[in-house]
Design a protein around this ligand. Structure first.
Ligand code: CTP
Length: 217
């Protein structure tokens, strides 16, 4: 079994020394890569900039990228041959319209940046998803969490969506623990306890494998 995983943030350059990014560390995605590999799966981990070392398992191939466009290209190359797609990356929705060749110099008291939309990796790959392929997305919402997550699940053709909690201390960006809720297309909901990201990853992998047509790698 082959798993495609996206993880970490993306960095969108503004000039040679600056970028737009976000606070994702990649911990959840890297923990998922290790957990899938521990179950015997071959994993391609397409990772945005992360301080984490490449997962040690020989079953994990790590592809390092920087921008959303690079992450899309690397994921699209692997997606057709993968049985499971997991989109754990916090992809920048927009990038600077222009990337300056030289460092931008300070001038006026205010500065306006024009941003253009990035490719939606999950939604675009979802268009070519075959019925036997299984896609898992992540969502982080602050209002109407379940309704928004359900909307994303249908729009991006996910089989499952993992909703990250922002309300619980110890969950989310940078923490070693996480608290998630998993939803499927039929509206079934599974609540996970607050636990280490490694344990959340093992639980998610169990849940995903149990839902595949062939449940062992
Ligand atoms: N995603 C992606 N490519 C993007 C944006 C998001 O692959 N350009 C994936 C994420 O990895 C995640 C899912 O889509 O699995 C949902 O991401 P999220 O940022 O919550 O979704 P958005 O569509 O960007 O919605 P929002 O307007 O809430 O930011």
């Amino acid at each position: 079994m082959h798993v495609l995983l996206t993880a970490g943030p993306t960095y969108e350059p503004l000039d040679p020394v600056r970028f737009l990014g976000n606070r994702s560390t990649g911990k959840m995605g890297y923990a998922l890569a290790e957990a899938f590999a521990a179950q015997g799966a071959e994993v391609t981990l397409v990772s945005g900039p992360s301080q984490l070392p490449d997962p040690a398992s020989p079953r994990v191939r790590t592809v390092r990228v920087e921008t959303a466009a690079e992450m899309f290209a690397a994921a699209a190359a692997v997606a057709p041959g993968a049985d499971v797609w997991v989109f754990a990356a916090a992809v920048a929705d927009y990038r600077p319209a222009q990337v300056a060749v030289e460092k931008i110099k300070k001038s006026g008291d205010t500065m306006t940046l024009e941003l253009v939309k990035n490719v939606d990796i999950a939604a675009t790959l979802g268009q070519s998803k075959r019925p036997e392929q299984f896609a898992v997305g992540f969502a982080l919402e602050t209002t109407n969490e379940l309704a928004h997550a359900q909307g994303k699940l249908h729009r991006k053709k996910f089989d499952l969506i993992v909703l990250n909690s922002l309300r619980d201390a110890g969950a989310g960006f940078g923490h070693d623990t996480n608290k998630v809720t998993v939803l499927d297309a039929a509206g079934q909901i599974v609540n996970f306890e607050l636990q280490s990201k490694a344990d959340v990853a093992r639980g998610l992998v169990r849940l995903i494998l149990a839902r595949l047509p062939i449940s062992t790698p």
